[in-house]
Design a protein around this ligand. Sequence first.
Ligand code: IPE
Ligand code: IPE
Ligand code: MG
Length: 221
Amino acid sequence: MNQSGLHVAIIMDGNGRWAQSRNWPRAAGHRAGMEALRRTVEAAPKLGITTLTVYAFSSDNWKRPAGEVRALMALFRNYIRRETAKCIRNGVRVSLIGRRDRLPLPLPAMVDEMETETRQGRMLHLRLAVDYSGRDAILAAVREGNVGNREEMSARLGPDVDLVIRTSGEQRVSDFLIWESAYAEFHFCSPHWPDFGAADLALALEDFRRRNRRFGATTAA
Ligand code: IPE
Ligand code: IPE
Ligand code: MG
């Protein structure tokens, strides 16, 4: 756990399958996924979460069809437009982790602006992983230098994760926070991301609180 509270990270998976099961286009699944993100951000502080990192678009997701990528980027723009004021009101500080230089214009400037406008938020730090790759993040830190030990690398990359949640039944990491989750607990659940809600988040935290974290040491009796 970091000093101020829990750091939970979510791999928001299953939007496509959620849509396909309804014979809807995948983009409709992503749109519904955005609503699930809104609900989750609202529920998180009440559950003791102070940092929430969500995997919205991986660097490998550029391999998807151009139309799907376009739809995702449009949703991302909508999210920033519609949520910035609410985040300011609710004390949610937003930052982006991932590469900004490949995002279509005007997204990079919009992201900078949302970060600046929400930077006073103290209730929750929401970190959006967009064009994110855990391996690339480590490589970038090494390239920049001064990461000779674990502490320096962690200071560069961000806080360690307490709990990683992945929806939709998949049980893999897909290059998400691979350094930061070195001692994270993992919770895999079956709902597709658009169906995920506050109750599922609460269940994941209940599961987490039952775990016995040892960090390599022996267990207290
Ligand atoms: C997660 O849902 C959202 C992104 C990766 C952008 P998917 O789009 O991966 O949904 P499935 O896994 O195909 O169902
Ligand atoms: C990981 O999901 C990325 C996001 C949820 C944004 P993917 O659906 O892209 O991962 P794989 O391809 O199933 O491993
Ligand atoms: Mg997927």
